[in-house]
Design a protein around this ligand. Structure first.
Ligand SMILES: NC(=O)c1ccc[n+]([C@@H]2O[C@H](COP(=O)([O-])OP(=O)(O)OC[C@H]3O[C@@H](n4cnc5c(N)ncnc54)[C@H](OP(=O)(O)O)[C@@H]3O)[C@@H](O)[C@H]2O)c1
Length: 308
């Protein structure tokens, strides 16, 4: 099968199209014929060699989202059958390929009202947002929630999920994304080029930090005692958290089938609609261009790669 692999860490020129063996599934897996995948910033970080713990031996296939149809099911799998439309964030990266073997327990049926490209935008970013808000942030109806980088892949999902949970949502982005974020449901838009969020927000219940550094540090200031600072990037300062009475969390998302089914339900109800920045083809040039776009750090929503 065709796959886009790296043979060594480095720039986008290290992404190469190769013929590799089709994956073999075990009894608890399904083989998915890939129609679309997407780029997440972790892909470019792994490509550069910044996360060697997450890397497997070369040639390494990157990619953490798959949408497509089931080609084969393992002996123990009864929830899916060949030709079912599905999507997933596999436990093991490797979706820049024509076929992907995925543990069936993290696969869900593709929402009927999303295209394959839209469905491929959801699993990694959507489950990250869900786990940040629900599992770690304990967001409930009426909570005040600040979502950093609301125009990004995670942020644009998080805004919609936070609104579904009944939260009052503030979010940061550059001025060009104001209209989009308001359409997604943001109650208080903050143009980070003109306003300092930490000077204008206070008494928040939860902050979703997708930026780290100084932005994370200043986020403590907007939280009320007992509030939650949840980062998908780096561990918040424990001493400061203790002094201020703030709960903190830093986590790596884990694929969970029941959460993906919940996201599919929200999509089917029209409550979760992925924002697509751009779409590229699954070939060497397409994936290189998609990575370059991601590395601008200013994509609006998700960058999708289509195979069909
Ligand atoms: N721990 C985990 O499991 C996990 C999971 C997923 C993602 N992550 C990490 O979370 C981060 C975000 O991921 P993502 O997929 O959302 O990234 P992304 O889609 O590449 O984020 C791009 C967005 O960031 C916004 N942005 C850039 N600078 C900003 C600033 N100073 N303030 C506010 N917004 C700003 C841009 O909006 P403007 O163009 O308007 O500036 C753009 O829309 C990445 O570092 C990623 O690796 C971690």
């Amino acid at each position: 099968m065709k796959a886009i692999v790296i043979e060594e860490f480095g720039g986008t020129d290290k992404l190469l199209e190769q013929n590799v063996p089709e994956p073999k599934i075990d009894a608890n897996q399904v083989l998915i014929k890939l129609y679309a995948t997407s780029v997440n910033p972790v892909d470019t970080k792994i490509r550069e060699g910044a996360m060697r713990d997450a890397a497997r031996p070369f040639p390494l296939i990157l990619g953490g989202d798959v949408a497509g149809i089931v080609k084969e099911v393992g002996d123990n799998v009864s929830r899916f059958k060949p030709r079912d439309p599905v999507f997933a964030r596999p436990r093991v990266f490797g979706t820049y390929a024509q076929y992907v073997a995925v543990d069936a327990d993290v696969v869900a049926k593709k929402p009927d009202n999303l295209s394959y490209e839209e469905a491929a935008a959801v699993p990694l970013a959507g489950q990250t947002a869900w786990q940040a808000l629900v599992d770690h942030g304990k967001v409930k109806e009426g909570d005040k929630v600040l979502i950093h980088a609301g125009a990004g892949g995670v942020g644009s999902m998080a805004i919609q999920i936070a609104k579904y949970l009944g939260a009052e949502v503030a979010s940061t982005a550059s001025g060009k994304n104001e209209e989009l974020l308001k359409t997604l449901g943001v109650d208080r838009f903050i143009n980070y080029e003109e306003e300092d969020f930490s000077e204008v927000l206070s008494d928040y219940d939860m902050v979703l930090d997708t930026m780290g550094g100084d932005i994370q540090h200043k986020s403590f200031k907007v939280l009320k005692p007992g509030g939650h600072l949840v980062s998908v990037l780096e561990k918040p300062d424990e001493h400061l958290a203790k002094d201020l009475g703030i709960h903190t969390a830093h986590f790596m998302m884990e694929p969970k089938g029941d959460q993906l089914e919940k996201l599919a339900e929200l999509a089917n109800q029209g409550k979760l609609k992925p924002i697509i920045d751009s779409t590229y083809w699954l070939n060497e040039q397409g994936v290189r261009d998609a990575h370059k776009k991601s590395e601008t750090h200013h994509a609006v929503g998700k960058i999708v790669i289509r195979a069909k």
